[in-house]
Structure formats: C-alpha cells, structure tokens
Write a protein that binds this ligand. Structure first.
Ligand code: ZN
Ligand code: ZN
Length: 407
C-alpha cells in the first residue's frame, strides 16, 4: 500500500487547468492503472477535510469517528515512546519567547542545534502528582507525555499561531476535574520550561551563534491511546511500514506494524525515494502488508509548488517502477495499491475534501483500461468511489485474509 501524502489536487488555473498528477510523466503508475483497477477514494467521507492522522487511520481500516483520540498520542507512538492507558500525550514546539512570554518565533528558527540537551533538562521538570516524559524529535519538534491518574485530553492547545502574540493559557474544554487538572499541569509545565530554558548554557550558545533561543515549550494536540485491535489481531497477518513521518509511524505502530528505518529517508521532498521503495519490497518477503509512505506531495502542496509536486510524483513513480521490476524479478505474488491520504491542492495550499485517485493492481484484478493514473481518469474508473475505511478490507480480501460474513 503506497500512500502518497496529499496526492490529490484540483485543476490549477495557473498551470493549464491540469493537476500535478495530470502534468506528471508517471509511466509506472499509468501502466499499473491501465492493467489494474482505478477509482476515487474519499479518505474519511465525502465533504470531510481530513488531517493526516484521521485519514491514515481510515486507510488502515480504523473508523476515526470511533477510534481517534487526538493527535498527540499518535505522534508519541511514532517517536518511539510507549503509551499507557490514561496517559495524555502532546506534540510540542520549541519556540522563542520574550520576557513577557510573547512569541518571537513559533519554531525557534526551525533549528535543532543543541536541542537534545535542552530536552534533557526539560524532561527533569517535576509536576505535582504525575510523571512526565519528554523527547525531542525532528527539527524544533518534541513530544510530551503526562502520566498519572485522572488526566484528560479535553484541554486546549497552547499555540499562539503567530509571532507577536502572547502564549495562551491551556484551558479545560469540558467541565470536569481531570480536564481542569490537566490544563493546570500543562500551564505549570510551560512556565517551568521557560524557567529551565531561558538561561540554559545551550541556549546562550545558540544565541551567540545567531540562532533563535529555544527557550519555551508549547504543547498542543492532546491525545490518549486509542483502543483498537492491531491488524495482526484482526486478520492474523504480519505488517510493516516504511515511512519517516512520526505521525504516520505512530498510526502504523498503533496498527501493530513493524517500523522499518531507512536512514536516508527524510520525511520531506529530499527523501531517498528509491531507498524507501527497496526497503518496502524487501519487507514484503516477511510481511503480508507493507505500507510505503511518501510525504513530499503534501509538503509541496502546502507550499503551493506545482512544479515541485509534479516532480515529487515523478520521483515516486520511478521508485515504484523499480519496486515493480524487483517484485517481478523475485516472483513475489503481490497486490499493489497506490493512493493518497487526502488532497492538498497547490492552489489552495491546505487539505481539501476532494477525493483522491486510487489504483489496485495484481493477479485477478480486472483492468480499468484507463490511459493514465490521474484524478479525471480515476473518476471514470471501474472501482467507482469508495470510502478510505474500505481499502484495507478490500486488500485483505484480494490477498485471501478476509473472513466470510454469514454462512
Ligand atoms: Zn496527509
Ligand atoms: Zn498536510
């Protein structure tokens, strides 16, 4: 299952009324689409503009309306931390604040110089009655876990959204003692982080080098561990994921997947497209489902970069081309599905509710006979239009792992 993050697009007026996928020379994807089946997929449901957290859950067969418990817990899982029932996890930014706790730079220059040392000091912060775990992840990002009794994820984000604004307080989002207690603990944590970090030697060194001080930690996206079965428990299969983005790794870990590291993968447009595809094919030898995730189309969609998104799709296409050759060479019998987790149109620069193209290729799968893999051809495809949550059950049926309903 190849997930191209933010793959879908709208015809771009400035670019000849085409989408980046229509403009791309995507030989492999088009030949898989022609030989296999194609259709449109609504990641969550028609008209729903999804975040990558709920849409990736949906593609793996989890109904986000039932199982989604906030983003922080998925980020924590994807960063290698373990979560217990009752823990509340947040994703955090190291930011730059002034003396009055107004934000100067939300992302502390997007610079991780000596951030590991800063994180080590933050992780020693003590809060009354609970334990904390804190880990720096990539760039200016980090994860915070609050562990203890009577905590709640129903608290607001500590996110000033733009520079020049004061850091807002964390507030309870429901009238309950756990939510109020959690909000007050988060506020203490934010104040303590500033106290610990403002005169930290690593920060003084950053400032000396002209890098913004990473002098405060702002948590958002409170989440708890979703109660779900792994794909292994549901279907009795072995699964793995090749992806570098912590959020996606977190969803895959929740599904019970083995996380495969490709050191040259970056989680961005400069990633090692081919290295990831090779790792995925390799993982197919020991697994029944392998998820291969590419973040680049989403990043470039948010940047409004039509040419960049087109080029990223071409690089994914050629990496999948090598994977297909290797699959043929080693005579692996496999079904290949390619889709997106949502649309990130370059003219909108945000996720939209547009459906994404889907192709499914393999033995016994009827041919769509479309000429290309793109939004317009997918709309005329033989799969029709399905919801994301049906994809994994459909693939399970095609590879012989679904259970019969009824007798
Ligand atoms: Zn996404
Ligand atoms: Zn996005």
């Amino acid at each position: 299952m190849v997930i191209c993050d933010g793959l879908g697009d709208r015809p771009s007026i400035k670019n000849g009324n085409r989408t980046p996928l229509e403009a791309a020379s995507a030989k492999t994807l088009s030949s898989l689409a022609r030989e296999g089946s194609v259709g449109l997929l609504d990641p969550v449901a028609p008209g729903i503009r999804p975040g990558s957290d709920v849409s990736t859950m949906s593609l793996l067969g989890y109904d986000p309306y039932e199982s989604y418990q906030g983003r922080g817990s998925l980020e924590a899982l994807g960063s290698g931390l373990s979560l217990k029932t009752g823990d509340v996890a947040f994703r955090c930014n190291f930011s730059t604040a002034d003396e009055k706790l107004k934000i100067v730079d939300r992302r502390a220059g997007r610079n991780d110089y000596r951030v590991k040392e800063l994180a080590a000091s933050v992780s020693k912060i003590r809060l009354p009655g609970i334990k904390i775990e804190f880990k720096a992840t990539v760039s200016h990002r980090a994860v915070l876990i609050l562990r203890g009794r009577k905590l709640s994820r129903k608290v607001s984000d500590v996110d000033p959204h733009e520079a020049g604004k004061p850091i807002p307080a964390c507030n309870a989002l429901e009238d309950s003692a756990p939510a109020k207690r959690t909000a007050s603990l988060v506020n203490k944590f934010v104040r303590e982080s500033y106290r610990v970090l403002k005169t930290h030697p690593s920060n003084l060194d950053r400032v000396k080098k002209g890098i913004p001080a990473a002098n405060i930690v702002v948590p958002r996206g409170a989440g708890t561990l979703p109660k779900v079965e792994t794909l292994n428990q549901t279907y009795g299969i072995r699964t793995a994921c090749v992806g570098a983005v912590p959020l996606v790794r977190g969803v895959c870990r929740l599904a019970g997947m083995q996380l495969i590291d490709v050191p040259s993968a970056t989680g961005g447009p400069d990633t090692d497209y081919l290295g990831k595809a090779r790792a995925a094919v390799n993982a197919l030898k020991q697994n029944d489902i392998v998820v291969l995730h590419y973040k680049a189309p989403d990043v470039l969609g948010h940047d409004g970069d039509f040419e960049g998104k087109r080029r990223a799709i071409e690089r994914i296409d050629s990496a999948i081309g090598s994977a297909v050759d290797e699959i043929k060479r080693t005579e692996l019998d496999c079904v290949i599905a390619v889709t997106g987790d949502h649309s990130t149109p370059v003219d909108v620069r945000e996720h939209t509710a547009d459906p994404v193209p889907l192709l499914i290729h393999g033995t016994g799968i009827p041919s769509s006979e479309v000429q290309r893999f793109d939004e317009r051809n997918a709309a005329r495809g033989n799969i029709g239009r399905i919801r994301g949550i049906y994809l994994t059950p459909m693939l399970m049926d095609l590879i012989g792992f679904s259970k019969q309903f009824g007798s």
